[in-house]
Ligand binder design. Sequence first.
Ligand code: PEP
Length: 250
Amino acid sequence: MRKPIVAGNWKMNGTLESIRELVAGLKAGIGEVNVAEVVVCAPAIYIAEASALTGGTAIALGSQDLSNAASGAYTGEISGSMLNDFNCQYAIVGHSERRHGRGESDQLVAEKFKAAQDSGLTPILCIGELLEEREEGVTEQVCARQMDAVINAYGVAALQNSVIAYEPVWAIGTGKTASPEQAQEVHAFVRSHIAKQDQLVADGVRIQYGGSMNAANAAELLAQPDIDGGLIGGASLKSEDFLTICRAAG
Ligand code: PEP
């Protein structure tokens, strides 16, 4: 059985004060989340504070990105080992806001995936198609290409210590959610694509859905057989909404 995993991606939102309030709300309700693993991905500058706030709780900490390099002359970048120093366990890589908003290539994302694992972090590999790609009927090709960048470089076994987040780009922050059937179809494809190379890895890897998941639609999405959790943007900024999603995950 795959343990569901729900991760909040706070993006570039919040203040020191609002983050303290948000984590206090999460801590108050986390005891009612029985099964799911819960992660919050804080903005880099608040990682230290989030680490102190979540330490000793059932809330794991993640970063929203990391450098593909281990150390050196990379102004503005943050390495996996630095994140490790603050007890980060997860790192999002390849979020569409970085692939499409910051021009990150499949290869760079794959390198970040490896850098996360090399530092003992579990990468959350985001994949997903643009609206025009869905309309052209190439959703599966896009997701396969984004996964293959990792598989071809580091082997299918590298996916064992990772989480995949299927996030149709047209659904992120738009209020347009993929229907449970649409999401399940792609999740099943993602798993079958991995199974072509390794059935055990495919059976074990957790695949989150992301894209306007909220307290109202989470249960239906999370009930799909190949949806193992959620990567949550907007709805992760309100503790009650995020906890409702976590409870719906199990
Ligand atoms: C995300 O940022 O990964 C995301 C899914 O955002 P939202 O839930 O706001 O669509």
